[in-house]
Design a protein around this ligand. Structure first.
Ligand code: SAJ
Length: 431
């Protein structure tokens, strides 16, 4: 009888993806060591606590740490499966920086033994998994490496991107389908066996380069579609139209589904990943590049329109509603709302009130300004103007009676019933 030995797993990188992934794998019954360069992150997790906010993650981590299924360390340790979930940022020229991935691979190489599998999960430019393979081959000449050896390889290497939505990470880690790209079909099968332990969604095998590109394409698709909505909003501002009304009506067409305009695209994924495609094929990707520029340009448009409205209403207190990069999360990374509110705070100082139920204090970008963090009730009492930068549910729930008489620049279109809505100011700006 075959005994199903649960593999020991080492997850390198304990951030927004690595920690939930490590916890879910530990919940499936594998012993997991999570590795992070940050000692305080390691200490926090070993206390059964977490350093990031994600729905239900605190209870899960507490449970698996208490049952000794998950522990954290600053050093890579021996394991059967290594999962790399480290950041892949870009530099000033939008060129991808895969040094964290290569660094993780270097540390793994030292611990690697025959039979092990390395899985790269970090969003990566096409060809990165091959680079990991080449590095392992160079550092471990004693091992037979897939794609290089003509014999049965000693280890397996695969690429398997996550595609989870912040705020729904635990649910989507388990339920979403996954693409699993092997350096060879055998590598893909090894990785597939592993993912089937904790993924309920369908796991589809392919080659590593296709899986790398698939991940980039998914986020570029969303970026291009958000850019279409954002471009429409700027066209509508120019023409004095209510973009929300136009989109609502257009979306009644059975094959039209326009996304929602906003202050731009935030987070660490959609605003980054399309550049990896542009960098890999600059002459073939004008649409993807333009979409990125449209979404980045939307933030300047929002700031300029807000500035005009504020200057038209001297002395009025302004409520900047939201700092997060999207609704109902406490994640301010690469947030266009944060950038808009900070810029307005630098210009208009104590006239700017920030409302962000997910922040205990104003983030450091406000240091040196005299903006204040206030709660919704305080803002409704004091502010004559409200600028909706994030579509938090708690903002949407503010009834019309409490907003009546205020000037509203509804960047997120959360208050379609606002009588004195952005259309008036758009018409004024357009004339
Ligand atoms: N946004 C709009 N209008 C919309 C939708 C989104 O302005 O209609 C903005 C949001 O406010 C936010 C940004 O876009 O600033 C990105 O938000 P998001 O919810 O679209 O996506 P992320 O960055 O939280 O997560 C994405 C997801 N990718 C796709 O939906 C294709 C997620 O599945 C990926 O796993 C994640 O990137 C990632 O890690 O790559």
């Amino acid at each position: 009888m075959l005994v199903d030995k649960k593999p020991d797993v080492c997850v390198v990188g304990l951030g927004y993806i690595g920690l939930p992934t490590a916890a879910v794998i530990a919940r499936s019954g594998c012993r997991v060591v999570g590795v992070d360069v940050n000692q305080s992150v390691v200490d926090t997790i070993n206390r059964g606590e977490i350093h990031i906010e994600e729905v239900d993650l605190d209870g899960l981590v507490q449970g698996v740490v208490a049952r000794q299924m998950l522990r954290a360390s600053t050093m890579v340790e021996t394991a059967d499966i290594f999962v790399i979930a480290v950041p892949t940022p870009f530099d000033d020229n939008h060129a991808p920086d895969i040094s964290y991935v290569l660094n993780a691979a270097t540390n793994i190489a030292a611990a690697l033994k025959i039979g092990d599998t390395i899985i790269l999960e970090s969003t990566s430019p096409v060809g990165t998994t091959d680079r990991v393979r080449d590095l392992i081959a160079q550092l471990r000449p004693d091992l037979k490496i897939p794609g290089i050896t003509s014999e049965t390889p000693d280890v397996s290497i695969a690429y398997c991107p996550e595609r989870v939505l912040p705020g729904r990470i635990l649910e989507e880690l388990t339920n979403n389908d996954r693409s699993i790209g092997g350096i060879t079909p055998r590598c893909a099968r090894k990785a597939l066996t592993f993912y089937k332990r904790f993924v309920r969604g369908e796991c589809v095998t392919t080659d590593a380069r296709s899986a790398e590109m698939t991940k980039l394409v998914e986020n570029a698709f969303r970026d291009v579609n958000i850019a279409f909505a954002n471009e429409l909003s700027m066209v509508a501002d120019h023409m004095g139209l209510d973009v929300w009304e136009v989109i609502r009506l257009a979306n009644r067409h059975p094959r039209v589904n326009i996304l929602q305009p906003g202050p731009g695209v935030g987070g660490h994924c959609i605003a980054v990943d399309p550049w990896f495609i542009v960098h890999g094929a600059p002459d073939q990707s004008p649409l993807i590049r333009t979409a990125r520029n449209v979404n980045d340009g939307k933030i300047d448009h929002v700031i300029a329109r807000a500035r005009t409205l504020i200057l038209e209403n001297p002395g009025m207190k302004i409520g900047c509603m939201g700092l997060a990069f999207k609704a109902n999360i406490d994640d301010f990374r690469e947030s266009p709302a944060l950038k808009a509110a900070t810029t307005l705070a630098e210009e208009f100082g104590d006239r700017i009130y920030v409302i962000e139920p997910y922040a205990a204090d104003l983030p450091p970008s406000f240091d040196g300004t005299s903006a204040k963090l206030v709660d919704i009730d305080h803002a409704l009492l004091e502010c004559g103007m409200l600028i909706t930068l994030v579509d938090h549910d708690s903002f949407k729930a503010i009834p019309l009676a409490e907003r009546a008489g205020k000037i509203v620049y509804d960047v997120r279109g959360i208050w379609p019933d606002q009588p004195e809505n952005a259309v008036q100011s758009q018409l004024r700006l357009a004339s």
